[in-house]
Write a new protein. Sequence first.
Length: 204
Amino acid sequence: MICPMPSNPPSMPPSSRSGTRGSVKGTVLVSRLAFVRGQRGGNGVDAVLAKLPDEERRILASTIMPFGWYAFELAARLDAAIAEVMDQGKGIFRALGAASARDNLSADHKRFVAGRDPHGLLRNAASIYRLYYDTGERTYERTGDKSAVLRTLQSRTYSAADCLTVVGWHEKAIEMCGGQQVRVNETLCRARGSKMCEYVCEWE
């Protein structure tokens, strides 16, 4: 289990660690930039950062603390900039989520996939959620041998793009647990006016 660093380390710029819509862990930002670098190299990262305000560009160009907290607004603008530069439509957000799952579940969070059991992974939805977000909670409901429903409640850290990254994250994570023909559909979304986000997960 990761022991998180203090949420307000003095070396971290104030604007990077808090926001009116909550915060996300630095691992999210690290994974996003690594994805762009893997697809487009350093020039791709430069093109993405060029689309952001000066202070946010400075934050992302410096050392990102994986276990530190960064404003959700920063992550949301980074995702939008990546989508614009990569020009792959909405599918880019699922790809970003899948890359985050692959990166983190292969390293610091690999204990969640060690049992090669999709339900074993999903039962930890609440704990996994708290590794990435600092507002709201996520619940797990087993609906069959190869299906489950996840619900995100009372979160301020949401957007249509971020929800698609959640879909991509869980598709890849379930696949890493041995699931095949994985399908994750968001059936309710706060960004579309619902009171919660709901993800129906199915696999073979």
